[in-house]
Design a protein around this ligand. Structure first.
Ligand code: GDP
Length: 446
């Protein structure tokens, strides 16, 4: 089960509970059973699922709740909190800081996506103002240096490696020394992998680590391995003093729920997830926004991060102010579309916007999504200022709709459909309790 399906199943279970005429023990039990089934199908460990259920049952004591309390809201919040707890190892990881050299070493099994992820990590930090460089200390796999070189060249990141030297420790030390002298502040060392966890791999990791004294060791793990993630993460953690984890291949058919919850169970913080083969397919992993997105509630803080990464400073404040205002006008939707086109890739961003996730654009159908946005913007271009800024739905009477259709060369039904979509999204924005509570603090994040 892919993560979107897991989120969809949980959201549907919550919606069914919310729509019940009376919320009683049976409704709660059905809802929890459905959620547990979805978690198990996503490969979350049985023990973890059992704990999630027991904790929610403990928090939501229907008998003890006073009459008039909003049981639906309490159950929803308990489910959201438990999902967050399940994914949260409760321990932040080391983060590189500017103005001093940071050495970060990558470890993982062969094929996990380690080399690709090194470049993604370098590229992400360069956008944050770091000066990164890559060292290829993988002498085990033929072609490893060529691959790193190719990725690094594409991303315009300096690299170091050797076709002839077979000692990974020597290469790692030479590369780190060279880039330190050249004042690079984020030196990323890619190490060898093996097909399975074996003594030779761990010994090599230990030697490279001892010689380069990394500030952080990142373990890269393939997200599609589901339940096996726990053992693998634990083995690496014990052998290489792993400080953080990156879970890759969370696109595709990864049973990502299993991998993420398993890693959290080893008390290792997941810091990023890989969502595709290309360099921008890389997302910061933070538990709270991740759960919000999983349940289709959007992720304002992720959106704000993306805006900060890709947008010039002078435009950032404007859009963030608008996002924080809370009145969702057609003009705001128009501006969101404009920004979406500018900061892509569309797939990632769409799931971060409340009301867009899973509905506005189908995953994997981004071309149609782009075309839809263009169509909507053409229709909005034919609206007056009062129409774009208005919050009164009655303003949009039939003659106005006809005029907009004529002006934009689209059919009347298309305008009506666009307005319906707008109303649906605006309604989601109004109703989001979790996001509304966090909205101001999200806006103030660094
Ligand atoms: P390494 O052996 O651990 O260094 O792994 P590579 O970096 O060579 O990656 C192995 C394969 O996984 C390559 O085909 C990558 O393009 C692919 N890959 C890496 N990360 C991701 C990801 O997040 N999503 C998908 N779909 N593929 C990925």
């Amino acid at each position: 089960m892919v993560l979107a399906e897991l989120g969809g199943s949980i959201a549907r279970a919550l919606a069914r509970m919310s729509n019940a005429t009376v919320v009683d023990e049976k409704v709660l039990a059905d809802c929890l059973n459905e959620i547990c089934r979805a978690l198990l199908q996503a490969d979350v460990r049985f023990d973890t699922v059992r704990d999630v259920k027991a904790n929610i049952n403990r928090i939501v004591n229907l008998d003890a709740l006073a009459a008039g309390t909003n049981k639906r809201r309490i159950i929803q919040q308990a489910v959201v909190d438990e999902l967050r707890r399940m994914l949260d190892p409760g321990k932040p990881s080391f983060t590189p800081s500017k103005g001093k050299p940071n050495v970060v070493m990558f470890v993982g099994l062969q094929g996990s996506g380690k080399t690709t992820t090194c470049t993604k990590y370098a590229d992400y930090h360069r956008r944050k103002g770091f000066n990164p460089a890559l060292v290829c200390a993988d002498t085990f796999r033929a072609g490893a240096f060529d691959q790193l070189k190719q990725n690094a060249t594409k991303a315009k990141i300096p690299f170091y490696g050797s076709y002839t030297e077979s000692d990974p420790v020597k290469i790692a030390v030479e590369g780190v020394d060279m880039f330190m002298k050249e004042k690079y502040d984020l030196i990323i060392v890619d190490t060898s992998g093996r097909h399975k966890q074996e003594a030779a791999l761990f010994e090599e990791m230990r030697q490279v680590s001892e010689a380069t004294k990394p500030d952080l060791v990142i373990f890269v793990m393939d997200g599609s391995i589901g339940q096996a993630a726990f053992d693998q993460a634990q083995a690496f953690k014990q052998s290489a003093s792993v400080g953080a984890v990156i879970v890759t291949k969370m696109d595709g058919h990864a049973k990502g729920g299993g991998a993420l919850s398993a890693v959290a169970a080893t008390k290792s913080p997941v810091i990023f997830i890989g969502t595709g083969e290309h360099i921008p397919d890389f997302e910061v992993f933070e538990v709270n926004p991740f759960v919000s997105r999983l349940l289709g509630m959007g992720d304002l803080s992720g959106l704000v991060n993306k805006i900060q990464e890709f947008m010039p400073d002078n435009q950032q404040m404007q859009i963030m102010d608008k996002l924080g205002e809370g009145t969702f006008t057609l003009r705001l939707l128009y501006e969101m579309f404009q920004n979406l086109q500018r900061i892509g890739p569309l797939g990632q961003l769409v799931s971060m916007i409340p009301g867009f996730s899973g509905q506005f654009i189908e995953k994997g159908n981004e071309k149609e999504g782009q075309a839809k946005i263009k169509r909507y913007m053409t229709m909005m271009d034919s609206m007056t200022d009062a129409e774009l800024d208005g919050t009164d739905p009655k303003l949009m009477n039939q003659s106005r709709i006809n005029r907009i259709a004529r002006g934009s060369g689209r059919r009347v039904e298309e305008v009506v459909h666009m307005l319906d979509e707008y109303k649906r999204i605006a309604k989601v924005w109004k109703k989001l309790p979790v996001l509304n509570n966090n909205r101001r603090s999200d806006m103030n994040r660094d």
